[in-house]
Design a protein around this ligand. Structure first.
Ligand code: DQA
Length: 138
């Protein structure tokens, strides 16, 4: 069975309640149930943290075991060289995901530290961005 690890970074625990005009009205847990049902032959594990070091620990822990990582690093996307290095350090390919189209938003969201360490980037398709990332990894 293929294994995909989804990792969500800071503030994404508030999906459904956080800026619903930008990120939608659905919780990630609710979406995850649907996502798993779309890929019954894939083990999809999920981890969320608001702490950079915990995200790095998760990448280290799964990065030699899983077939792919789907990472929405939230605001750490735009700041974290450490997440870039963590992705480079492990074997599993990663796809960077954003719910919103970061390139249509403030300029400080246009630069990503993690894109160069990822196979690809999917942004702007709402929660469906995660499904597209899983498809790409498979
Ligand atoms: C985000 C975009 C980031 O700029 C922002 O800091 C987030 C969410 C997205 O999914 O659209 O927290 O990664």
């Amino acid at each position: 069975m293929k294994r995909i690890q989804i990792i969500n970074g800071p503030n994404l625990n508030l999906l459904g309640r956080r800026e619903p005009d930008v990120y939608g009205a659905r919780s990630f847990e609710d979406y995850l149930t649907e996502l798993r049902s779309l890929f019954p032959d894939v083990q999809i594990d999920y981890f969320q943290s608001n702490h950079e070091g915990d995200l790095i620990d998760c990448i280290h822990a799964c990065g030699f075991e899983v077939d792919g990582i789907v990472l929405n690093a939230g605001a750490y996307t735009h700041t974290s060289l450490a997440l870039h290095d963590a992705l480079r350090a492990v074997k599993a390919p990663a796809v960077e995901v954003h719910i919103s189209n970061v390139h249509a938003r403030e300029e400080f969201r246009h630069h990503s530290f993690i894109s160069p360490a990822c196979r690809g980037v999917i942004a702007g398709f709402g929660l469906d961005s995660y499904r597209l990332a899983v498809e790409a990894l498979l």
